[in-house]
Design a protein around this ligand. Structure first.
Ligand code: FRU
Length: 530
């Protein structure tokens, strides 16, 4: 990986140099309960980054994650653990797989080994098998390299044992990591497929196995599309197009840091086919040549915008999907942060949280299959509805009550307005995070430069934007405002924008506004969650 310092240097560094504990000065040692999310998972008092080993098993969703059990900056990487039955309320569990003198436990995945192909369990009690990256420490046998290792659980994911034969897959590489394993049913029967990355070469490498212990190289994919940073945390899964079971496409997710569209970390995806060995992208999913620019500015900016992004905001990274979810549902979670400033987020004692879980599907948009994302939320209650009306200027909405999250659902006809949208976390001095739609440009933007604490890190203040086409003149938004984050799902989830915002205590105001000619609010409701 590149440096874990708060910067976006793209150069790969050897593992012994990637343990930075330096952060900008802690600005909030007294604690920040007003920033603790209500609907998003955070660890009680420690650091977290990537979601790992997402799996559904025996009625329980398991969220493992990159965790520093001893602090609130990146380091001592281990797998933390949380469980949920509804994907919204999570219970923190003891650390699942801990680092030791020989290795840090980097990102990876978990499979339910139903047939006990690995031999770690029994047919009656199939093991859960975690495939994780060992980042070997100085003095360890594989010192300086990253390789893939196994751990297994015989008690439905609550306790884990590292396999004595680790690592099971090495390439002698310093940047080989983040294995995502799934079972593939092909003409040769069932086998396991692993997608991992050679991060510094912008490659996804595919391997195959029958027992999770012995792996053979199948193919490589990349560099392609956004390639201005390290490729990390890949995922690949099939989805039907427009709900038609006879039309299946494969989605290959490749997270990239830096080099994402909004700057720093982000997730891109490709749509194509997979035959158990090789991923072949659809031509409509591929640019002529990779984009090596590292941010949304400069000559390559336009081409970066042509790549397909899971999210157009700054703070949705390392997104991967759950395995073993019934009914073919595909559920994804991302880390609500960006390596540009992650170690400096002004929260205490925890640092970083997870996104809402998002159900993803493939729909034909502009003639090609595209990911559409729907957030999983608890049932809406305390709903405040506004009658349909013309909007001229600013209209105050219910304030954000301390300790609660808000979901705003709106259908707006921007009509002749120059700009319309929402002001979130308004303060007494006119500051706010501004979500605005410009109908002439067809662009939705999110500006956090003048909201709460945007000065804790020089790379934080920013304006994000995405092209959003009106549908029959209508803009449809679902906005989830939860203490220190906003996730915006536009046009039913065809475009998503996620940003962190750090309001000061008391920045509770919310309003809907338009500038220029009139707009019409067709529907608007605000729901409050405790
Ligand atoms: C992504 C990442 C992974 C790595 C992990 C280490 O954010 O860099 O590639 O496995 O974090 O914490």
């Amino acid at each position: 990986m590149s440096s874990r310092l708060d910067d976006a240097r793209p150069k790969p560094a050897p593992p012994q140099e990637v343990r930075p504990q330096e952060v900008l000065p802690q600005q909030v040692p007294a604690g920040t309960p007003h920033l603790r999310p209500a609907l998003h998972y955070t660890a009680r008092d420690t650091w977290l980054n990537d979601p790992n080993g997402l799996v559904f098993y025996r009625g329980m969703y398991h969220l493992y994650y990159q965790n520093n059990p001893y602090g609130n900056v990146w380091g001592n990487m281990s797998w933390g653990h949380a469980t949920s039955t509804d994907l919204v309320r999570w219970t923190e569990q003891p650390v699942a797989i801990a680092c030791d003198d020989a290795e840090d436990i980097y990102s990876g995945s978990i499979v339910v080994d139903h047939a006990n192909s690995s031999g770690f369990g029994s047919a009656e009690n199939p093991p859960l098998v975690a495939i994780y990256t060992s980042a070997f420490k100085p003095g360890a046998a594989h010192e300086g390299t990253q390789a893939q290792s196994l751990a297994y659980s015989n008690d439905a994911g609550m306790t884990w044992t590292k396999f004595a034969g680790n690592p099971v897959l090495t390439r002698g590489s310093t940047n080989f990591r983040d294995p995502k394993v799934f079972s593939y049913a092909g003409p040769h029967g069932l086998c396991w497929v692993m997608a991992a990355v050679e991060a510094g070469e912008q490659k996804v490498v595919f391997y195959r196995s029958t027992d999770l212990r012995v792996w053979e190289l199948a193919s490589e994919f990349g560099p392609a599309n956004a390639a201005g940073g390290e490729w990390e945390c890949p995922d690949i899964f099939p989805l039907s197009v427009d709900g038609d079971p006879d039309r299946t496409k494969w989605v290959l997710v490749v997270n990239i840091n830096p080099g994402a569209v909004a700057g720093g970390s982000g997730g891109q995806y490709f749509v194509g086919d997979f035959d158990g060995f090789t991923f072949t992208p659809d031509p409509s999913s591929l640019l002529d040549s990779p984009v090596y620019g590292t941010s949304g500015a400069g000559a390559e900016a336009g081409r970066l915008r042509e790549c397909r992004w899971l999210d157009w905001g700054r703070d949705y990274y390392a997104a991967v999907s759950f395995s073993n979810v019934p009914d073919g549902r595909r559920l994804m979670v991302g880390w609500l942060s960006n390596w540009d400033y992650a170690n400096s987020l002004p929260t205490f004692p925890w640092r970083s949280g997870m996104s809402l879980v998002r159900e993803v599907s493939l729909e034909t948009v502009d003639g090609r299959p595209a990911l559409v994302q729907t957030p999983i939320l608890p049932p809406l209650d305390n709903v405040h509805c506004l009658d349909s009306r013309e909007l001229c200027g600013t209209l105050a909405l219910p304030e954000i009550l301390p300790g609660t999250a808000q979901v705003i659902d709106a259908e707006i006809l921007p009509g002749a307005s120059d700009r319309c949208g929402f002001r979130l976390w308004e303060d007494a001095d006119g500051g706010a995070a501004v979500l605005a739609y410009d109908p002439a440009a067809g662009v939705l933007s999110l500006d956090r430069t003048n909201a709460g604490n945007a000065a804790f890190h020089p790379a934080f203040a920013s304006v994000e934007s995405a092209a959003v086409a009106l549908e029959d003149g209508l803009l449809t938004l679902r906005i989830v405002v939860d203490h220190c984050s906003v996730e915006v799902f536009a046009q039913g989830g065809k475009v998503v924008l996620t940003d962190l915002v750090f309001p000061l205590p008391g920045d509770f105001g919310v309003s809907v506004f338009n500038d220029g000619g009139d707009a019409i609010i067709r529907t608007l409701s605000v729901s409050t969650f405790i």
